[in-house]
Design a protein around this ligand. Structure first.
Ligand code: 5AD
Ligand code: SF4
Length: 451
């Protein structure tokens, strides 16, 4: 390369994509590229995309429209589409969007340097082969220093929920080796990171390449790296939450007492049509075991409103389940039909306005539950990892509890990266407000270690 080339990357969708973009930047940095946060300085523009719902794709199309316009004034710039949309739409993407030079699926990132070089010479490139083995195990993601890091531990999904494109866009499940994940976490702890989130589309079906260490073993090994490092993980399929995993979370102080456990629906009929492999009753029993074993656990979920054939009665069952579990948070979506999935063939018969009404009822109910649960914490003291300035008030810091609740408090006494005890004075459905009582002994350990 004559002059150092710069790459600008935008990431859409889930945390897995955020982690993948760091892998992409690492691959490109080894090939001599430098990252730029400014579009106007970029020789290469990459968009890492999500295909899980129609509106995610629409946003990316909007962005590609912007880049098309930008390319008129800067014809030498290369535009590449990465990730799930690349995998799903393949050649069509290049045909429908003349601004696109490269289309590269999630398992082909190692080929980026070669394909970009060819693109500079005028050759458009497409690479969308899915792999049964690619896990980028040997690539250390390029991360900016910070407190919290995403660590991808497995890729792909074999669950084939009927509404979901992920098994088609990300391919079969495969895991990284336990040794390499632990080594990466050790490096992160040494660099000053205070929190890692182990990522996988279906993280609890992790299986080390030797075939006998499961996700609970991985979590325990990561937790042992450094007791002041918080360990989180996402996303868990209810089918693979074993008693061993629940016990491991309960036993280790630094494994956060927070599980994102998508239920999708409260109706057995809909769950069957979704191929979720559990009934509402199974799920509730699992929640009961989790709550018994991890007493102050916090749970969140994903819900889809308006899946094909969903009736008012099915919807009412979802509301009932939300009331029974009392989640701390819920991510709620309108059903979005995705071509080539099984649910696509079921039609999309719930009218848009009905989907919106059901979604709003779910959101309102969850807000009420979150509000009530958060208010019970008024007067108590929680331990918070101080993340930095609150977005809404420059005089305050914000941070999260181990149960993933956002806490806002005046800046005095702490710095970002500390653990602090905060006494809660006020609460709404999204945030707790309080004041710092003391720095936690974990911060002192850190200071002492730095001296
Ligand atoms: N329509 C709506 N929501 C979907 N999700 C996945 N596929 C679809 C779809 N076709 C939601 C699920 C999943 C979350 C990541 O996205 O709730 O858990
Ligand atoms: Fe999609 Fe289901 Fe796999 Fe989650 S578990 S990625 S919803 S197929």
């Amino acid at each position: 390369m004559d002059k150092t080339k710069t790459v600008y990357i935008e990431t859409y969708g889930c945390q897995m994509n955020v982690a993948d973009s760091e892998v992409v930047l690492s691959i490109l940095s080894s090939a001599g590229y430098v990252r730029t946060p400014e579009l106007s300085r970029a020789d290469v523009i990459l968009v890492n995309t999500c295909a899980v719902r129609e509106n995610a794709e629409q946003r990316v199309y909007g962005r590609l429209g912007d880049f098309k316009f930008y390319k008129k004034g800067n014809p030498a710039v290369i535009v590449g589409v990465l990730g799930c949309m690349a995998e799903r739409l393949r050649k069509d993407l290049m045909q429908s969007e003349s601004s696109v030079d490269l289309v590269i699926g999630p398992d082909e990132y190692r080929r980026l340097p070669e394909l970009i070089t060819n693109a500079f010479e005028g050759e458009k490139g497409i690479a969308v082969r899915l792999s049964r083995v690619e896990n980028y195990d040997d690539i250390l993601p390029l991360r900016t220093d910070g407190l919290s890091a995403w660590v991808s531990v497995m890729r792909g999904c074999d669950k084939f929920c009927t509404f979901c494109v992920v098994p088609f866009t990300r391919g079969r499940e495969r895991s990284r080796s336990l040794t390499s994940v632990v080594r990466e976490v050790q490096e992160l702890a040494a660099r000053g990171f205070k929190e890692v989130t182990l990522l996988g589309q279906n993280v609890n079906s992790y299986l080390d390449d030797d075939g006998d260490r499961d996700f609970a073993d991985l979590l325990a090994s990561v937790a042992r790296v450094d007791e002041t490092l918080r360990v989180r993980f996402t996303t868990s399929h209810p089918q693979d939450v074993s008693p061993k995993l629940i016990g491991t979370i309960a036993r280790h102080d630094n494994i956060c007492n927070y599980i994102h456990l998508p239920v999708q629906s409260g109706s057995d009929r809909i769950l069957r049509l979704m191929n979720r492999t559990y009934t509402a009753d199974h799920y509730l029993r699992l929640v009961e075991t989790i709550k018994k074993t991890i007493p102050d656990v916090s749970l969140s979920t994903d819900i889809i409103a308006g899946f094909p054939t969903e009736t008012e009665q099915d919807h009412a069952m979802t509301l009932e389940l939300l009331k029974a579990v009392e989640y701390d948070g819920a991510f709620t979506f309108k059903y979005s039909p995705r071509e080539n999935t099984k649910a696509w063939q079921m039609g999309d018969d719930v009218p848009e306005q009905v989907k919106i009404d059901r979604l709003n009822q779910i959101i309102d109910l969850q807000r009420e539950v979150s509000n009530r649960k958060n208010r019970t914490l008024i007067g108590s003291t929680v331990e918070v990892l101080v993340e930095g300035e609150s977005k809404k008030s420059p005089d305050d810091f914000c941070g999260r509890t181990d149960t993933n609740r956002m806490v806002v408090f005046p800046k005095a006494q702490t710095v970002a990266g500390d653990y602090a005890y905060v006494r809660i004075e006020r609460a709404n459905s999204a945030t707790l407000f309080g004041s710092v009582i003391a720095r936690s002994h974990k911060s002192e350990t850190r200071l002492a270690a730095n001296e």
